[in-house]
Design a protein around this ligand. Sequence first.
Ligand SMILES: O=C(O)C1=C[C@@H](OP(=O)(O)O)[C@@H](O)[C@H](O)C1
Ligand SMILES: C=C(OP(=O)(O)O)C(=O)O
Length: 445
Amino acid sequence: MTDTTAPLWPAPTAVTPVDATIELPGSKSITNRALILAALADGPSRVRHPLLARDTRLMIDALRALGIVVEPVDDGVSVAPARVTGGIGIDTGLAGTVMRFVPPVAALADGDVRFDGDPQARKRPMGIVLDALRALGVTVDDDGRGVLPFTVAGTGAVAGGPVTIDASASSQFVSGLLLSAPRYDKGIVVHHDGAPVPSQPHIDMTVAMLRERGVEVDDSEQNTWRVEPGPVRALDTVVEPDLSNAAPFLAAAVLTGGTVRVPRWPSATTQPGDDLRDLLARMGADVALDGGVLTVRGTGEVRGLDADLHDVGELTPVLAALAALAGSPSHLHGIAHLRGHETDRLAALAAEINGLGGDVAETDDGLVIRPAPLRAGVFHSYADHRMAQAGAVLGLVVPGVRVEDIATTSKTLADFPGMWARLLGHGQDTSALDGKASLGQEPTA
Ligand SMILES: O=C(O)C1=C[C@@H](OP(=O)(O)O)[C@@H](O)[C@H](O)C1
Ligand SMILES: C=C(OP(=O)(O)O)C(=O)O
């Protein structure tokens, strides 16, 4: 729920077109997968340029609690696998990747592992993962609620084998099971039965990262993933920048008719944020990827967008903010699963944009957004980092927007307000705190 005691952040308006180079820290999704796979590997690994923000710190803390040794090194962390130990508690915060990826690891522990998280996390769907673990031979106690808190009773080994789940509410149900599966006695065969699984690129990311570490994965049959049991090879790996976190900065270029450059943009990636290139071009931006640098230029025109965001749902809040300021209507669809994200994002976006005078209607699986003049007001963030980012984007061109709890952006960016100030020319450089930040240091946002 909204933190009504959180201070209001006066979102800065852009007085001139932005012109900035944004160094983004590592991808949340890649960092947390790399950490899990390093914890389960056959030797010590390095994860370079990881994201160091709340979600990845929670993952590091969770793995440390399970006995894994995670130490800071120059440009990231070293991870030394160890026997997975139980008798501990894990805080998932509001991180989907922690609450869905760590229980399958905890099933390998030699004792009970109790999970809990933020109050809002207790609403995020978990039952599918817990039932799947049960089907694989693991004892889980959730008092029959299918949400946090729950206890996984590890016995040191998991039988594994075939399991059928309905992953239509989150791709993370599939990814979480696949990541630990090579360490299960029989591996795993996950079969999905239900409406289409969202966020396919994130499942592709899981499969690709397992294969990079020598794990045999067969995903040739639709809705079925087979992971063979066997060693996970230790790896020295560099994390790509978080392309989904590029969204608010690139949106600033589009809205202000300015230019934003993002270095180290990968030429090939499984990150859904790569779709920003196409989506922003469809909204009227000039987009070029040259020599590993993505450049987005606003053309003065912001067009409405009709898009199925089923595969790239996490881009929705910022795209909805852009759409609210576009010159023509938008229809964002295929995103019913966003109701189970950090908050019900469809309801939250409609409420907050309409609260500023907008015209947003919820549909079963999306939003219809019609252009309307927006006015000053409070934009609530619902403890959702991407809601807060959406509020900042609106504030660029709507004077007097105040975003509640901007600090919630520290879920996936250590210093969003600082980066935003530098984007607007209020600071020295645009480099984010990334792998260089100390592990003991808390985000400053
Ligand atoms: O596996 C991952 O790293 C993620 C998968 C997606 O979850 P859903 O499939 O629940 O949308 C995405 O929205 C989330 O931000 C990160
Ligand atoms: C849905 C998101 O996060 P989580 O990993 O907590 O599911 C997100 O970052 O947009």
